[in-house]
Design a protein around this ligand. Structure first.
Ligand SMILES: Nc1ncnc2c1ncn2[C@@H]1O[C@H](COP(=O)(O)OP(=O)(O)OP(=O)(O)O)[C@@H](O)[C@H]1O
Ligand SMILES: [Mg+2]
Length: 400
């Protein structure tokens, strides 16, 4: 038994198709136009949609595009007349599963519905596996960055303890000395436990869409990887330009954007994972470029022999708000995306990283997440690096 949504402005078609499908044991919902279909689709989440191609108001293809923004895995079967086959083919290019000609061959339609649902189940399982895999990979990355975040406070604590011993041996120890040392140690351990708190927060998946400030999320990602980037000599900056056309560069100092909020409606933790994926890729590209010596002597005067650590890596994030859209552009100087993979980087399992360094699903997952939030993610090479752009059109929200 499946939940099936029939969308057709012809009540006769809805009635007869509905009756047959109900008789076959399915739960049938009906919509007489595109807008109604979008509403029912959002609230009821059917397993499959039968969608008339020619309807007054928003037509079949436009409705299809809207449904896909909500959930691109639900199969949509177009219902069409003989004269509209080329438009139906067009619908398939836009992601429809198949089309059926009027008058409908019911047996064929039932088989198509069955196959479409089987395919959807497989795709959902596959996506779950990929999400799981991607989370594990990110988990590994995050443990690495916690190790970085902890290195500094651990060595400070180490020094303070050694100093306590020396102070005691030299007779300098008194109540004030002890209090100062204890205070410093507590500060360091507080910082360490905050890092763990941020980390746990990061992995809680968001259940529902909510309004959140993009800039705040980017800064939270930065605070998790700050030390790691610094130890790799990679500069990181965030610039924001809101609809008032003023730019504030002070964002890295954890100041909120003074002019406006860069708020959207979506999944903040998932968004942070996307930013982390993109920034980690930029970091890898910069480190790779150094070891391969591509930045080389001729450009910045680095020789591979001295490790090229002296070369300043650069990751710059620009957030820009325009009427009706928000863009987040991440730019690096890691040498750019290799030409051999540039057209495929958003497909699963495409990686140029050696051994177990990359699984090739970071960008695939990022694209799925951004699409689920009604946005798009794309990339191109500029100058001596890559630029990844996230663009949100809908669901721009106001924060209270
Ligand atoms: N900033 C960048 N500069 C250059 N190449 C990049 C950049 N970002 C991505 N790429 C290329 O795109 C490929 C795919 O990236 P993706 O994040 O999907 O997988 P990965 O980083 O290889 O592995 P992982 O699944 O661990 O993230 C990379 O292997 C790399 O070749
Ligand atoms: Mg990656």
């Amino acid at each position: 038994m499946y939940k099936i949504l029939i969308v057709d402005d012809d009540s006769q078609v809805r009635f007869s198709l509905g009756m047959i499908l109900r008789r076959a044991g399915h739960v049938v919902m009906e919509a007489s136009n595109g807008n109604e279909a979008i509403d029912i689709f959002s609230n009821e989440r059917p397993c499959v949609v039968l969608l008339d191609l020619m309807m007054p108001g928003i037509d079949g293809i436009e409705t299809l595009k809207e449904l896909q923004k909500i959930d691109s895995l639900v199969p949509v079967i177009m219902i069409t007349g003989y004269g509209d086959v080329s438009t139906a083919v067009d619908a398939i290019k836009h992601g429809a599963y198949d089309f059926t000609l009027k008058p409908t061959d019911i047996n064929r339609l039932l088989i198509t519905i069955h196959k479409a649902i089987e395919k959807q189940d497989l795709e959902r399982q596959n996506q779950k596996l990929l999400i799981q895999q991607s989370k594990l990979a990110t988990l590994g990355e995050m443990i690495g960055s916690i190790a970085h975040q902890w290195k500094q406070p651990l060595s400070s604590i180490n020094l303070i303890i050694q100093d306590l011993e020396d102070a005691y041996a030299n007779g300098e120890m008194n109540k004030e000395y002890l209090d100062d040392s204890v205070k410093s140690i507590l500060e360091q351990t507080r910082y360490m436990s905050e890092t763990i708190g941020d980390f746990r927060q990061f992995f809680k998946p968001d259940k529902e869409k909510k309004s959140f400030d993009i800039l705040k999320s980017i800064r939270e990602v930065y605070s998790l990887i700050e030390r790691q980037l610094r130890s790799l000599n990679i500069a990181f900056s965030i610039h924001c330009r809101c609809d008032k056309k003023t730019e504030c560069d002070a964002l890295i100092n954890l100041k909120p954007c003074e002019h406006n909020y860069m708020a959207i409606k979506g999944y903040p933790n998932e968004f942070k994972q996307v930013v982390l994926n993109i920034v980690n890729n930029a970091r890898d590209a910069i480190v790779d470029r150094r070891t391969e010596g591509k930045i080389g002597k001729n450009e910045i005067g680095c020789s591979v022999a001295i490790g090229c650590q002296a070369i300043k890596g650069n990751i710059k994030i620009q957030v820009e708000k325009q009427a009706g859209s928000i863009r987040v552009a991440v730019n690096d100087n890691g040498g750019g995306i290799p030409e051999s993979v540039i057209d495929k980087i958003f497909e699963p399992y495409i990686t140029t990283k050696q051994g177990d360094k990359g699984t090739g699903i970071g960008l695939y997952m990022s694209k799925v997440i951004i699409k689920n939030m009604g946005g798009r993610l794309f990339a191109h090479n500029i100058g001596n690096g890559a630029m990844f752009t996230i663009e949100f059109f809908s669901d721009i929200a106001e924060l209270s």
